[in-house]
Ligand binder design. Structure first.
Ligand SMILES: Cc1cc2nc3c(=O)[nH]c(=O)nc-3n(C[C@H](O)[C@H](O)[C@H](O)COP(=O)(O)OP(=O)(O)OC[C@H]3O[C@@H](n4cnc5c(N)ncnc54)[C@H](O)[C@@H]3O)c2cc1C
Length: 417
């Protein structure tokens, strides 16, 4: 019997998923196939943001997937979110990647922040503020984004953010520039990372603030165009902030907590990978379906009888299984204060997913042949979208390699002097 094209990427029984977890992921899979897939080509071709996908996510509860249940959300865990996002990624990479920016605004302030040390006063204030953000999302369908990148070393975690927040009465005056700001022009709130700095202070990563800047605030503008190779529907244009007043209530984390999260909950940066896990699966699914002569929109020509194609599919299957196994382990063990082994595995999982998604797509094109890469079929989009994965800061493929090599050979504080 053939495997249905859209069987779950992670079979709930084989991967021992919890019942509620499997239900949430299944809902995402069905939403992806029904709603995202038919719209993906148009947004890719036109480089337009799929706002209607986000509007349709609202009644499905997908905007609040990681909002705690007591705040009206689905209370999905880190792993549940990752598996659900992979299911969306297989149908529309750009939607899944920009949905990731939105969801992380709730996951990081929710389940992840619950794991971090905070004073009772900070915890209280944080719980009050995040409820307000969650209410906007669950009640009104508000969309959040995460423009962190500035073009320098800050998004790589190696320097303080150049975007700065000057404390003023009741809040902050924020100025700076964010590049590759997915959802720019579409989000209702931009979740900005910036450095809190008063006159005369030195900039420090420890003073990183995570603020929700209302898109309509005075001083916010979106500039430049967006005409990239892949992930065209993310519409990641440049965001400029000039003396934007942001009320203290818009803090997404209390002072000092983002820095603590980045150091003690490192798997938070693995959240860019689920989209690409989905794209890896999409490349494989396409190949099997195409070679069997069953791909909708193509003539029923079978190509599966050639031994070279069978070997290529076998190699793809092995690469996909390796990718899934490592990634599933890494997303399952995400937690505060992970062991060194778990962190090395997380880097390895990120590297593997990001590199293998594109390797699988490239192999799919070679194996299926010329007609398979025509623009009326999704494979060439999967190929272009998947090429973007290893560029995503702070865990680019290069940075993962750097860290694995260094951290495997040196214990903390060790030198050769
Ligand atoms: C489709 C797409 C969507 C994106 N959406 C978002 C988004 O919503 N929000 C967001 O914040 N970002 C987003 N990004 C941005 C992404 O994370 C990168 O910042 C972006 O690709 C631009 O990077 P760059 O060319 O400046 O990177 P690079 O030049 O690769 O890196 C920038 C800096 O990081 C440091 N660095 C890079 N590599 C190393 C290394 N090996 N060792 C040490 N330091 C290093 C260096 O200081 C370097 O100058 C997106 C990217 C893509 C492709």
């Amino acid at each position: 019997m053939s495997t249905p094209k859209d069987a779950p990427i992670f079979d709930p029984v084989a991967f021992r998923l919890e019942r509620r977890e499997a239900e949430i992921i299944d809902k995402a899979r069905q939403f992806g196939a029904r709603v995202l897939a038919p719209r993906a080509a148009k947004h890719d071709r036109e480089a337009t943001f799929p706002i209607e996908n986000f509007r349709d996510m609202h009644p499905e509860g997908l905007l609040g997937i990681c909002v705690p249940e007591r705040d009206g959300g689905q209370g999905a865990s880190f792993r549940t979110y990752c598996l659900a996002a992979a299911e969306l990624g297989r149908y529309c990479g750009a939607t899944a990647l920009s949905w990731n920016m939105h969801v992380c605004s709730t996951l990081w302030t929710g389940a992840l922040a619950d794991d971090l040390e905070m004073s009772a006063e900070d915890r209280n204030a944080h719980n009050g503020r995040r409820s307000k953000h969650y209410k906007r999302i669950v009640g009104e369908g508000a969309i959040y984004s995460q423009p962190f990148s500035e073009g320098g070393a800050a998004a790589a975690g190696a320097a303080a953010f150049g975007t700065e927040a000057k404390p003023v009465d009741g809040g902050f005056l924020v100025s700076g520039k964010k590049i590759f700001a997915s959802l720019s022009g579409a989000a209702d709130y931009y979740g900005i990372l910036c450095t809190e700095r008063s006159e005369g202070d030195a900039a420090s990563r420890k003073n990183t603030l995570y603020l929700a800047v209302p898109a309509k605030a005075e001083g916010v503008s979106v500039v430049g165009d967006w005409d990239p190779l892949g992930m065209r529907g993310t519409v990641s244009r440049t965001l400029l902030l000039k003396d934007v007043f942001v009320a203290e209530d818009e803090m997404l984390m209390p002072r000092g907590v983002y820095f603590r999260a980045a150091t003690s909950w490192p798997h938070m940066f693995l959240t860019l990978s689920p989209t690409y896990m989905g794209l890896a699966q999409a490349a494989y699914d396409f190949t099997v379906s195409y070679l069997r002569g069953e791909l909708p929109g193509t003539p029923p020509v079978k190509r599966r009888m050639f031994p070279t194609k069978q070997i290529a599919v076998a190699e793809m299957r092995i690469m996909l299984e390796q990718t899934k196994a490592l990634w599933f382990q890494a997303v399952s063990e995400a937690r505060a204060e992970p062991t060194k082994e778990q962190v090395l595995r997380a880097y390895a999982a990120q590297f593997t997913v990001m590199e293998n998604a594109n390797a699988l797509a490239a192999k799919a094109i070679r194996t299926c042949g010329g007609q398979a890469m025509l623009k009326n079929l999704p494979l060439e989009r999967v190929y272009r979208d998947s090429r973007c994965g290893s560029l995503m800061l702070p865990w680019t493929a290069e940075i993962c390699l750097d860290r694995i090599g260094k951290e495997a050979l040196y214990e903390a504080g060790e030198t050769d002097a």
